[in-house]
Unconditional design. Structure first.
Lengths: 344, 344
């Protein structure tokens, strides 16, 4: 990062604030976060994907003054750095988005330097799954852990791997792509809905995959309350049917849990992080919900049946705690860590 | 590490030397290595497993004076630290071996502090697969890479993951256990010969697994020149039969390559290291051998068919270069890196 402004307060009570930006295909989540991870102001703005990244960067920068005004009502500080998270392929060293899925107008654009010019402070650039993981690590479920892995279950499956406080970004900015683990090695294994490889986790544990597998079973004639919905089915419909003990819906959720348990076994045998966190919108009701608890229990059982004893009883598997804020909070936290690393 | 001796030469030409120790179930490999990774002296001593670890530590320390004398003929230096690599489960923070496979007399013993007392310099303790990986990273195939993964194919399958120069040891000293990745998720998948979980890489890509799978095919009545050998079959026999175009032997080797290609796809999608290196004794003749080349080509083809385009054409997959020296060289190199980290 260049253009680091010298912070430190100089006798004032002024705090370091961080601006976290989490770009998605439909919406962009923005948050002003203080040095301890507290959210002082937040916004959600539309991505307007066809207008391209420069338009979005202008609106991201444009939202900041109003958010600063809101934050100044609670505290005193100024923005020390920005964290910018985007989906899909990217080149982190050059600050470029490459070819994010479903964002054809965002290809090969230097988002990092564009935003840095507009905001006037350094921008730390990272993958959206890694940002969510970093958020949970900084102030969420992983706050008491040195290492952790997060799987984000949404339209697709993303993830972030943190080892001793460091994110695994990869040599080609393709690290921590947990959705692309091979969990079914058969030659006729399922394909990812998003054009990924055969038998990858995303073909089983994404919302799209849950819908596709449910539809396959409906078409095969399995009895279910979902039969009349087959056309506009969503993962939420599957969850709601499971709440009513629909057998097909429960079978699909149990199978999703099984493949996640297999993936987590491999992840823990490779990284041994101590904690694996499940985030993203597809949580089947999450903790305390009958279906969510069954989902988590199924994952843990598969893991327990497979994992090596040294890690089997010592690894925590749990839902994330920050919800959809994890991405912008993590982007802000990563900007903070990057600033500290470059100025120390 | 405690008791770090202050090095630096103080005007003399004296170099820092490192003593690398690679413990195996049958033999212990020892090497005196200089600051640039050059091997000045080496020994192989028997493990004498039933005599236990204290006896072995005494003999490891006892071998050093003679090796120093040998080294002093070539250069001038003194031992700044020891690197000690052991197989199986361990507790790195406390310096303890836990329950290494096939080493029942070595359980729950503080090898690190025992050896440190005997040699009088700090001892860095790590897993044997990680040590081999670090050796290749330091001065072998990975010397020009910042990150890499090594798979060691021997009686079992081990591994080491290095990200930006740091080994992934794990929160319970169970990181980088690449042999325990799940590559076949079917409920009736093969079991590891060594009591590991179902469908794990070790059940396909270890020498024991190659023998077991060959034997299964022979028992099923497949034609092969190996039929008369079925009882005392080794992986080397399979290799030699493959050299003579034995169809069964080639099929087993091709299948081994396929599962390695699947495992490497997952590894690269998680870590994106830029380099994956194959080491260990089971290299089917290695580079330049017709069978070894077919083995490596099979691995690369499976990877190319599965990997995401961003990493598909940019990731190098190759044989290791240090042979069975990788373990002690890596242990020495890791001791050097640990010393530098604690004294800088």
């Amino acid at each position: 990062m260049s253009g680091v402004t010298d912070e430190g307060g100089q006798g004032t009570a002024e705090q370091r604030w961080f601006y976290g930006v989490d770009v998605g295909g439909t919406n962009i989540k923005l948050g002003l976060v203080d040095d301890g991870g507290r959210v002082l102001a937040r916004r959600t703005i539309p991505t307007h994907e066809p207008k391209g990244p420069a338009d979005a960067m202008a609106r991201i920068a444009g939202a900041l003054p109003e958010m600063l005004a809101e934050a100044e009502g609670q505290s005193s500080g100024r923005v020390a750095a920005v964290g910018l998270a985007t989906p899909g392929t990217m080149d982190i060293p050059s600050g470029r988005v490459l070819e994010p899925p479903n964002m054809p107008h965002w290809r090969h654009y230097d988002v990092r330097d564009d935003l840095a010019r507009r905001v006037g402070v350094p921008v730390a650039f990272l993958n959206d799954g890694n940002a969510a993981a970093y958020g949970e690590y900084w102030i969420g479920r992983g706050r008491d852990f040195r290492s952790m892995i997060m799987l984000t279950l949404g339209t697709g499956v993303g993830g972030g791997i943190i080892v001793d406080g460091r994110l695994i970004h990869g040599s080609h900015s393709f690290g921590s792509e947990c959705g692309h683990m091979v969990v079914d090695s058969r030659e006729d294994a399922r394909l990812c809905v998003w054009g990924g490889g055969r038998g990858e986790l995303e073909a089983f544990a994404s919302a799209s995959a849950v819908v596709a597998r449910t539809r396959d079973r409906l078409q095969a004639g399995e009895a279910s309350s979902l039969q009349q919905k087959a056309e506009q089915l969503t993962a939420k419909d599957v969850y709601l049917a499971a709440r009513e003990d629909d057998r097909l819906a429960l079978a699909v959720i149990d199978e999703t849990a099984r493949y996640l348990g297999i993936a987590i076994t491999t992840l823990v045998h490779l990284i041994d992080p101590g904690l694996v966190v499940l985030g993203g919108a597809m949580d089947f009701g999450g903790k305390g919900d009958a279906v969510g608890d069954r989902f988590l229990t199924g994952i843990c059982e598969e893991f327990h049946n497979r994992a090596f004893h040294v890690v089997r009883d010592t690894t925590v598997i749990d839902f994330a705690t920050l919800g959809s804020d994890a991405g912008f909070i993590g982007a802000a936290g990563y900007a903070r860590a990057t600033l500290d690393a470059t100025t120390s």
